[in-house]
Design a protein around this ligand. Structure first.
Ligand code: GLN
Length: 493
């Protein structure tokens, strides 16, 4: 029987390589076989990097044969969201405008992961330029949820989450600007972390909203996410916003007591709009945390209701500036047959960008325009401070905050596409943490029946639910410990 790695964790890869039970080449082939079987169903990967992956696997096997000590990610098949650049491998950002763009350099996070032995097996599908919450905004088609192919994977890192959930890769890198690692992780039943802003270098992450963009790991366990974070975190002189804060050993910090650990439960996250299925699961999650010795404290984050408006002003403003570079001259696609330079710009951008990206460029340009700057952009910046202050105040009383990751389980493909505002509102629980720059992790918290599906089919589908844990700046170690203990105790059924 051929090797099946679809449930493997990072430690399974290492154990089997160290014991010489398998080779990195066999593991890589197993991953590629799984991709060949699953990718046509869920569309997680835009590009499969077969040749390069096999060559790197062979190099790991030579290391193993020579008795060299294997690095922490040796032979681990990983997927990389296609907004993270990879030298020599096209990086599309889920956009027509970069359909054939082959970057001349590799992102620091990928370089570090590869230096630790990881093997990139493919570039993961995503919403165009990471703008979206469902992966339906990709020029390469939506990613389908592995648990129900009629439903979305979540977004924008839907391909990263679905690739891990469907066993194509053991782990993945995504990016999170307003929830894009955490929300698809919750929809696909995997673990996803948005680290503190500045914790992981953004060098080589194609910019969407630079003051909010983060690279974050996705895995099948909290420990895998901790291993990945240890590999990619730390200062990078190539990213001026990356922080020179020492990187703890996230893996050795996973074990430890949670007695007396105070967890804030924000009232605003359990209010109207939260589906009953998610509420039930997350409340069970809080009880499970209680059993671990944590003390629950009700808290208030009073400016939560302004986060969505605030985020969609700041993010679109930054996006409108960042996306000015796609002009048909410097990068990617250039429309043919233009009679003048301005016509070339117009045609290139008109044909190259999808509807959501255009909507955001227009919105962002508007909120930055002379007459409206104070009313929208400047005001949003002030609100952002208030939201960040809500969290600082809460963290004077509690060690971490627990909440749902998303208000509903995965919704149906097409369900929210006609109404962008409804789509934006589905980010309600992930946006505040992003605006505050604090770390957040989504951990599987059992299953919910699909909302509104009761009785419509003979078999009611169960969909994954995620619980979100938010921590203080650079407190990933404790956040991961909390998430790991929750997972080890069995989470929630
Ligand atoms: N859904 C949010 C948006 O569309 C967040 C996306 C992200 O985190 N990249 O902007």
């Amino acid at each position: 029987m051929s090797l099946d790695i679809s449930n493997w964790k990072i430690e399974d890869v290492l154990r089997s390589l160290r014991s010489r039970e398998t080779t990195a080449t066999e593991i890589c082939q197993a991953s590629l076989a799984r991709i060949a079987a699953e990718n046509p169903k869920n569309n997680s990967l835009i590009t499969v990097t077969q040749e390069r992956a096999l060559a790197r696997a062979a190099a790991i096997d030579r290391m193993a044969a020579s008795g060299e000590r294997l690095p922490p990610l040796a032979g681990v098949p990983v997927a990389v969201k296609d907004v993270i650049v990879t030298e020599g491998t096209r990086t599309t950002c889920g956009s027509r405008i970069l359909e054939n763009y082959v970057p001349p350099y590799t992102a620091t996070a990928v370089e570090r992961m590869e230096a630790a032995g990881a093997i990139v097996v493919g570039k993961a599908n995503c919403d165009e330029f990471a703008m979206g919450s469902s992966n339906e905004n990709s020029a390469f088609g939506p990613v389908r949820n592995p648990y129900d192919l009629e439903r979305v994977s979540g977004g924008s890192s839907g391909g990263s989450a679905a690739a891990v959930a469907s066993g194509m890769a053991v782990a993945a890198l995504g990016s999170d600007t307003g929830g894009s690692v955490r929300q698809p992780a919750s929809f696909c039943g995997v673990v996803g972390l948005m680290p503190t802003y500045g914790r992981v270098s953004r060098y080589g992450l194609v910019a969407y909203a630079s003051s909010l963009d983060h690279i974050g790991p996705v895995g099948r366990s909290v420990k895998d996410v901790a291993v990945l974070l240890s590999a990619i975190a730390g200062h990078d002189p190539l990213d001026s916003t990356s922080a020179a804060v020492p990187v703890p050993n996230y893996v050795s910090e996973l074990d430890g007591n949670l007695k007396g650990f105070k967890i804030g439960v924000p009232r605003e996250y359990f209010a109207e709009g939260l589906s009953s299925g998610v509420r039930t699961q997350v409340e069970a999650g809080l009880q499970a945390l209680g059993k671990l010795g944590c003390e629950m404290v009700e808290i208030t984050l009073p400016h939560t209701e302004y986060a969505t408006a605030c985020y969609y002003i700041i993010a679109t403003a930054e996006a409108s500036a960042n996306l000015a570079r796609y002009d048909g001259v410097r990068y990617g696609y250039r429309a043919p047959g233009a009679a003048s330079l301005s016509e070339m710009y117009q045609k290139t951008r008109g044909q190259g960008f999808g509807a959501e990206v255009k909507r955001r460029i227009i919105l962002g340009t508007y909120v930055l325009s002379a007459g409206y700057y104070d009313a929208y952009y400047l005001k949003a910046q002030k609100v952002r401070h208030l939201i960040a202050a809500d969290f600082s105040n809460a963290f004077e009383k509690v060690d971490a905050i627990a909440a749902p990751t998303a208000p509903t389980p995965a919704f149906r493909i097409g369900e929210k596409t006609a109404n962008p505002l409804e789509m934006y509102l589905s980010d309600v629980y992930t946006l505040p943490g992003s605006l505050a720059g604090i770390p957040g992790i989504s951990v599987p918290c059992g299953w919910s029946s699909a909302e509104g599906d009761g009785g419509s089919s003979s078999e009611i589908k169960k969909l994954p639910v995620g619980i979100q844990l938010l921590g203080k700046h650079f407190d990933e170690a404790r956040l991961l410990r909390l998430a790991h203990q929750f997972e080890m105790a069995g989470g929630v059924a």
